[in-house]
Design a protein around this ligand. Structure first.
Ligand code: ADP
Ligand code: MG
Length: 691
């Protein structure tokens, strides 16, 4: 029997390991840094490093690495061994405070969006003591931030930490107005991760899956998800064994893997962890994606993290459950039991509503990738329009506040903000609108637009900073008010009225919604090239600059990186499609139609007439000709991509992508007419319904 409490966190230099191995004073100093975000005293770093090394060696580690999150979206590491030569030809195992605190990887091959051209090529990594070090593949991994020598951030973690500081600062100001002296407020995240598992042997035969992460061709299988027999269905033994192994690995790394289940599409699954502090949740989600892939491989599977690996069935997303709580453990999005607690709750709720409305564009941009474009707005995902679901009860309360009317709840109590008659707010856990991109689910918000492969740092940076800005405005106004209760009531009434349009409790998948949203003046940024230009809108630059999260240069570089990433993704897809058409699909079609034709002439030679087979041969020849033309058109489109990254993104979206889709339509039509043994790839049916 596995001893799970013993297994849990056994590969993490966590509280327990620290307490055991660090001198009391050092532990206390480190703890202060972790909980209050204060700078770490370099004097204690050597002691911590040494204790970490001894601990890691006792677990079999031989190397260490600074583990960081460059803008590629994945994690990066460069391994150094602990060995250090001594005079007598032997080695000792060493790890200094300096090595713990700072590393200098060669940064020149990571995307920097022009930052490198203007500034230094080299960057450095700096320890993030708020996220525990851990051991992976016999290597001590130290979570770090990654910057250029002139201080520009080159990663996703630094701005995330900055955004957490920003929201903490402003939330503490607001809490003070409610008589609470709070040292630090943190945002918490529980990211639910969806993924596909397919058989390794099938994967190996599909260049599109290998190179592009998604199928670029493939006729629909006779069966998809229409019977809804996979969602929460019993898990097949092979997958069950994988999940058990996955849990073990995640638990060892201190990741609170809680729920594993089958998702809607065949071979689609989900893992939901218990929530934690945002930067830890981000590190853990990055690790989770890596571990899922590794464990899948051991079980003869390949894990697909692409947002839309298969057409015609659901894609994969990631739900970012988000809340804010104080260091005393008070969840600020938990409706309170007393009227004054409710006034505070409503103020934070109003801040989120205002933030989501004013920064719809940023939230959309934070999830904009080529892969996610296949999902947003399709039938299973939230639409590309950002709106909020808050439940009928809360909506009624907000409407009553705005109109100053009575709010009739069970107790039929008069509503009046800040006064002693605010009714208890019922916790709405029942009516969950699954179609809403941003839903209030009782004591947290669930941001559902994220794609499955996304690093969750970006959406959380946007969310934290936008809410920080609204809290700043609220604090500025309320701190100078003569009558706090009256000012609070007026503020909530005014802001809810101004941002009421973002609240939509209806069906986000409905055809009427985009029309209604347009009437409300909400943005509908359908694709990544549509969304990205807004990144550097004046108001957004002002937002990030004023909260010290990004400089304008950093934002422009990030925007450029996102454009580039989009362009490169589409280029790889188009080239892969050309390759598959030219080397496999068209040759298969030609060969098979040739087979049919020779069979017809062989039969004709002995006097057998086969008019239907002749018709088939003709159809195959026509479709093959069409495919040759579509391939040529795609090739031609690809030869004319503009040089500018932004123009190229629009061109890929408007010209290359449709050319790929047209070629695919013809190829998929051929697939059903060609003998199984003559078709070069495993079909959707074979990939999705393995044993
Ligand atoms: P379900 O949606 O399946 O009913 P829950 O609502 O309990 O499950 O939680 C979904 C996810 O939200 C889980 O990852 C959970 O840990 C996370 N979550 C719960 N509370 C919070 C919170 N205060 N902050 C952030 N995430 C949370
Ligand atoms: Mg889910």
């Amino acid at each position: 029997m596995r001893n799970i409490p013993e297994l849990f966190g056994s590969m993490v230099f966590n509280e327990a390991a620290m307490k055991e191995r660090l001198p009391k004073q050092v532990y206390k100093a480190l703890k202060r840094t972790m909980t209050q975000g204060t700078a770490l005293d370099p004097a204690i770093a050597d002691v911590v490093a040494n204790a970490m090394k001894d601990w890691a060696i006792s677990k079999g580690a031989t190397h260490f690495t600074h583990w960081f999150q460059p803008m590629t979206g994945i994690t990066a590491e460069k391994h150094d061994s602990f060995i250090s030569p001594s005079n007598d030809g032997t080695v000792i195992m060493e790890f200094s405070g300096k090595e713990l605190i700072k590393g200098e990887p060669d940064a020149s091959s990571f995307p920097s969006g022009g930052l490198r051209a203007t500034f230094e090529a080299r960057g450095y990594t700096a320890w993030d003591p708020t996220s525990y070090a851990f051991i992976k593949d016999n290597t001590l991994c130290i979570p770090t931030a990654f910057c250029s020598y002139t201080g520009e951030v080159l990663d996703k973690k630094t701005p995330l930490l900055r955004s957490m500081d920003a929201i903490s600062l402003q939330a503490c100001r607001v809490l003070k107005l409610f008589g609470k002296d709070v040292g630090r407020v943190t945002t918490t995240v529980g990211p639910e991760q969806e993924y596909f598992l397919i058989d390794k042997a099938d994967y190996a035969k599909r260049p599109d899956l290998i190179l592009a992460g998604r199928t670029l061709f493939g006729a629909k299988a006779p069966k998809g998800q229409e019977l809804e027999d996979h969602y929460f269905g019993s898990i097949r033994p092979r997958v069950k064994a994988f999940m058990e192994d996955l849990d073990d690995e995640l638990w060892q790394l201190g990741i609170y893997s809680k729920t594993e289940h089958n998702e809607v599409a065949p071979c689609q699954h989900e893992m939901a962890p218990i929530f934690s502090t945002t930067n830890i949740a981000t590190d853990h989600n990055q690790l989770t994606m890596e571990v899922i892939k590794k464990v899948a491989d051991r079980h003869g599977f390949v894990c697909l993290l692409h947002e839309k690996p298969f057409e015609g069935i659901n894609g994969s997303g990631k739900h970012n459950n988000w809340s804010i709580s104080t260091d005393a453990g008070e969840n600020l999005l938990e409706p309170g039991k007393t009227p004054s607690a409710n006034a505070q709750f409503l103020l934070f709720l109003t801040a989120v509503i205002k933030a989501v409305d004013e920064y719809q564009d940023l939230l959309r941009i934070s999830v904009a990738t080529a892969g996610n474009d296949h999902r947003l707005g399709a039938n299973e995902a939230p639409p590309a329009i950002v709106s909020m679901f808050i439940g009928e009860e809360l909506e009624a309360i907000l409407d009553a506040i705005v109109s100053g009317a009575d709010y009739t709840d069970a107790a039929k109590t008069m509503m009046s903000i800040g006064a002693a008659v605010l009714p208890p707010i019922p916790k709405d856990t029942t009516d969950r609108n699954r179609t809403s991109p941003f839903a209030f689910t009782g004591n947290k918000f669930e941001f559902r637009m994220l794609g499955s492969s996304l690093n969750i740092a970006c959406p959380n940076i946007m969310l934290n900073t936008a809410v920080a800005e609204e809290l700043r405005q609220f604090a500025d106004e309320l701190e100078t008010a003569d009558d706090f209760d009256a000012a609070l009531g007026a503020l909530i009434r005014r802001e809810v009225a101004a941002h009421r349009r973002i609240i939509f409790n209806g069906n986000g998948y409905g055809e009427e919604w985009p029309i209604e949203a347009e009437k409300r003046g909400l943005l509908n940024l359908k694709s990544t090239p549509d969304a990205l230009p807004h990144y550097t809108d004046e108001k957004n630059i002002r937002l990030f600059r004023s909260h010290g999260v990004y400089t304008e240069t950093e934002m422009r570089s990030r925007q450029e990186i996102q454009f580039e990433e989009y362009d490169k993704t589409l280029q790889i897809e188009a080239l892969t499609a050309l390759d598959m058409l030219g080397k496999q699909i068209i040759p298969a079609a030609i060969a098979y139609s040739g087979k049919v034709a020779s069979s017809i002439s062989a039969k004709a030679a002995i006097g057998i007439e086969v008019p239907d087979e002749t018709a088939l041969a003709r159809e195959l020849a026509e479709k093959t000709a069409a495919l040759l033309q579509k391939r040529a058109a795609l090739e031609k489109a690809l030869a004319a991509v503009p040089a500018d990254v932004e123009q190229a993104a629009h061109y890929y979206h408007d010209t290359v992508l449709p050319a790929m889709e047209q070629a695919r339509a013809v190829a998929d039509g051929l697939e059903g007419k060609i003998a199984k043994e003559d078709w070069p790839f495993p079909s959707y049916g074979e990939m999705l319904f393995y044993i």
